[in-house]
Design a protein around this ligand. Structure first.
Ligand code: ZN
Length: 318
């Protein structure tokens, strides 16, 4: 978690530099990514997932992740997160000094085989090895290991995903020693009733303190409605992407991840303090758009502007 500043009511975790960029073909120059990360941190975003430790031949867009971690670690009060799909990636993440490592575990085994070429049994073994690798480090400065249950709300390959399986996998992951588990609507299939039900069930199984965040996509326009359900159930870490970057090839006009600017507007207008300055956030879009001239950036607040007389949850931003 971020260290400085007043306590945030909701902790917004920017994933555009990872989830967004892995879904666009253009390779964004490292300097442009650094400018993006620095500008978002300066706008008050407490956590940024700066990249993913995957082989560069698979995702050349994210080949500079180690460089970005070391850059981002030098920024004040920023939690630097990375994604790592396997033990090799976790070792690289440990070397890099990332504060938080997120591991995707597909609830759909078909998706797991397609995405990381591993069965569930193999992934559980891998997670146990990741936990052991992290435990070898001095207790001071160990990164947090979060296992993100992807396709938790449905899978493009398998269709509906049994909720019992989501709950059982969450329990297993915590037993294996992960610090926390998260729900991920990778496919944008989720609805608010489902968010409520699954969050309640996973909280009952592993404890509310072991699942505090959610990763939502807006593929079918349900993103912010799902955020409301998540907030009602006590989740206080929400992933989002600047400009909803990444898009979705299956839903033209729909953003990929939920849009950070719109999320922060929703939260602040409801009186929930995020520590983020929306005008500064909107200004970050210009640099990102210039570096990715062929990508569409989404967002209602960017189009419409802030309402006249808009007030932040706390007038004095720290
Ligand atoms: Zn995603």
């Amino acid at each position: 978690m971020a260290t400085g500043g007043a306590t945030r009511d909701v902790y917004v975790s920017e994933v555009g530099t990872r989830d967004g960029l892995q879904n666009v073909d253009t390779v964004m120059p490292t300097d442009a990514k650094k400018a993006w990360i620095a500008a978002e941190a300066a706008a008050g975003v407490p956590e940024i997932e700066v990249g993913s430790f995957v082989p560069a031949r698979l995702l050349p867009q994210l080949a500079d992740t180690a460089d970005l971690v070391s850059f981002a670690r030098a920024l004040p009060d920023l939690s630097v997160a990375v994604l790592a799909p396997n033990l090799h990636g976790v070792r690289a993440a440990l070397e890099s000094g990332a504060h938080r490592i997120s591991v995707p575990l597909s609830v759909s085994e078909t998706h797991s085989l397609a995405n990381v070429k591993k069965t569930h049994a193999e992934m559980f073994e891998e997670i146990a090895a990741m936990v052991a690798a992290i435990a070898e480090r001095p207790s001071q400065g160990r990164p947090a290991l979060e296992v993100s249950l992807s396709t938790a709300f449905g899978c493009t390959l398998e269709g509906p995903v049994p909720e019992d399986r989501v709950v059982a996998m969450a329990e297993r992951v915590i037993e294996l020693g992960a610090d926390d588990v998260g729900l991920s609507d990778t496919t944008g299939y989720g609805n608010p009733a489902q968010v409520r039900r699954l969050t309640r069930r996973v909280h009952a199984a592993v404890g509310a303190d072991r699942m505090t965040g959610i990763h939502l996509h807006n593929t079918r326009g349900q993103g912010l409605a799902n955020v409301m359900a998540a907030l009602d159930e006590g989740l206080a870490t929400i992933d989002s992407s600047l400009g909803g970057l990444g898009g979705c090839p299956f839903a033209p006009g729909a953003s990929g991840n939920i849009v950070t600017e719109d999320l922060v507007f929703l939260l602040e207008s409801m009186g929930l303090y995020t520590g983020i300055d929306i005008e500064q956030l909107l200004a970050v879009r210009d640099g990102v758009q210039a570096a990715l001239p062929h990508e569409t950036l989404y967002g209602f607040v960017a189009d419409a502007g802030l309402p006249k007389g808009f007030e932040y949850a706390r007038a004095a931003l720290d």
